[in-house]
Design a protein around this ligand. Structure first.
Ligand SMILES: NC(=O)c1ccc[n+]([C@@H]2O[C@H](COP(=O)([O-])OP(=O)(O)OC[C@H]3O[C@@H](n4cnc5c(N)ncnc54)[C@H](OP(=O)(O)O)[C@@H]3O)[C@@H](O)[C@H]2O)c1
Length: 218
């Protein structure tokens, strides 16, 4: 299984790449500048200290050729980035981690666009892809820090059950992640908006909290 990360040179892309590589998956870390991607990959590989770390720094186009592709660009660059890659991304799971947030005074607020979520906008831009919204609440700094223990529930939503299962199976390979099916893509606005709440809590109490749902049978 290979995983592509579009916009992979930022904190979340690096963090996911690190954890997927540690799990032994092939990772294509994408960038607008493949040279920059190559440097990031070299940094991760040095940290990884695992000869099985299979990471490649590539263009976003090459990242889009992977079997499952994550979008980890800033929210306002996402649609213009993925639209030209629609052909490469057709027929496969594409994961939107995007949170459209704005800082107003001391707090972050969600901006729910015309389709109610960034995942909805991505799905509209990529009608041939199976868009899954997931990973909004994962703390990039913890993902990047290999020895750090991660304990996170990832809530996923999509209109494509097979894609949701494929992404769930993939994310579960990262130690400490439990995946929970949160419904159809119509739920993605709620997931994205909750990120603003989580960031505000983290800023208030100082931490890297993520989501952990209690009360479920495991
Ligand atoms: N950071 C977190 O903890 C976290 C957690 C969960 C979800 N998220 C979501 O994940 C996404 C990425 O967050 P991040 O903090 O990792 O991102 P970021 O550092 O702001 O951006 C990631 C990468 O995207 C590329 N990029 C920058 N501007 C772009 C543009 N206008 N168009 C296309 N590509 C552009 C850059 O790579 P190149 O210059 O190399 O192309 C950059 O390194 C966000 O939408 C965020 O809401 C973040």
């Amino acid at each position: 299984m290979d995983v592509g990360i579009i916009g992979g040179t930022g904190p979340l892309g690096r963090g996911l790449a690190t954890r997927f590589a540690v799990a032994g998956l092939d990772v294509r870390l994408g960038s607008r500048d493949p040279e920059r991607a190559g440097k990031v990959v070299a940094d991760i590989a040095a940290m990884c200290a695992n000869p099985d770390c299979k990471l490649t720094g590539v263009s976003n186009m090459d990242a889009a050729a992977a079997e499952i592709v994550f979008i980890t660009t800033p929210w306002d660059g996402a649609v213009s980035t993925v639209k030209p890659l629609a052909g490469e991304l057709a027929g496969k799971p594409v994961v939107s981690t995007l949170n459209a947030l704005v800082k107003t005074g001391k707090e972050f607020l969600p901006m729910l666009g015309p389709r109610g979520s960034m995942a909805g906008l991505v799905a509209a831009a990529l009608p041939q892809s199976m868009v899954v919204a997931a990973g909004h609440h994962l703390p990039a700094s913890v993902l990047c820090d290999i020895p750090a223990t991660l304990q996170a529930d990832v809530l996923l939503c999509s209109d494509h059950p097979t894609a949701k299962k494929a992404v769930c199976d993939l994310l579960r390979q990262i130690e400490g992640i439990r995946c929970l099916d949160a419904g159809s893509l119509a739920q993605s606005g709620a997931l994205e908006a909750f990120t603003a709440v989580l960031i505000n809590v983290n800023m208030r109490y100082g931490g890297e909290a993520t989501v952990a749902i209690s009360g479920l049978d495991r």
